[in-house]
Write a protein that binds this ligand. Sequence first.
Ligand code: MG
Length: 370
Amino acid sequence: MRITNVKLARISVPLRVPFVTALRRVDRVEDIIVELDTDTGEKAFGEAPPTGVITGDTAGAIIGAVQDHIARTILGRDVDDFEEITKAVQESCVHNTSAKAAVDMALWDLYGQKWNIPVYKLMGGARSKITTDITISVNDPEIMAADTRTAIARGYDTLKVKVGIDPALDVERLLAVRTAAGEKTRIRIDANQAWTPSQAVHILDRMQEKGLDIELCEQPVKAADIEGLKFVTDHGIVPVLADESVFSPGDAAKIMQTHAADMVNIKLMKCGGLSNAQKITALAEVYGVECMIGCMLEAKVSVNAAIELACAKSVITRVDLDGPVLCAGDPVIGGAVFHEKEITVSPAPGLGVRGFEDGKLSVFWAAKED
Ligand SMILES: [Mg+2]
């Protein structure tokens, strides 16, 4: 099975409601799709969301990395040289983890198809169903309470609440969410780097004193402030999950070795795809650290790949893969089946995504093997 074509396309899916965090506001998922074709007729897809404020990977950067570096690295190669090709993708250029993730997942898809096995089975096969949380955007407390009631009515039992735009209002917002959610709902919060270390400890302690019962706090401080992250982990009463501080397996190793966070959040777009994500899960097993798996605002192609990893590895104990359920439609054919919070992995060989509804994909670039 040789790779004969690399194509780039765009996909655009409207969101049910605008997505607002401490860093940005988004109305649509507008992602880059990579398609790999082979001489044996199999196709595979990968997806990369432009997230300039998180990864630095703008649409132009993703397109440029594939066109100028990654395509020529994989064209004409045999998928059976899997170890070599996936490594070559990571080494084709520095950074550009989103472009690498899109191509890496398509390579796993082809490898699974070639050997007729679902990728989640190939990577470990711990389970075939997982349960995701759902994100509540930062807003006025009344709107957040209304969004909470909607989420509970849709069957969600775990909410991820974005906080941090205005620290003074965070406790009030969380009180509104907790009141609307009731006692049994798990509430995890994501500050997206908004606080200083001492501010974080103070705010989190106040939240727990008020009986908010926060399960964990994601990335309370600046990504580069590993000492600050450790300060919050050591001195706060809420468990800390590192997100923006952990991109690569090397970052994860550092966090785990220094106990700077209680848990790490794996995202394919930060680490460069399934190949590196698998290394982070291996480190987590070695250090006894639990992982969350998350996504950016992504459509189902790349979230589907994350689902395969989450189903493969039991060290991934928390799932934050609500990208597709935040979308107002799903143009992707095949892959995991979403029933609100319950996600069932595809039993198909590879990753199971086989195409898109007619007219939903616009291919704008293609390269062939020489
Ligand atoms: Mg986060």
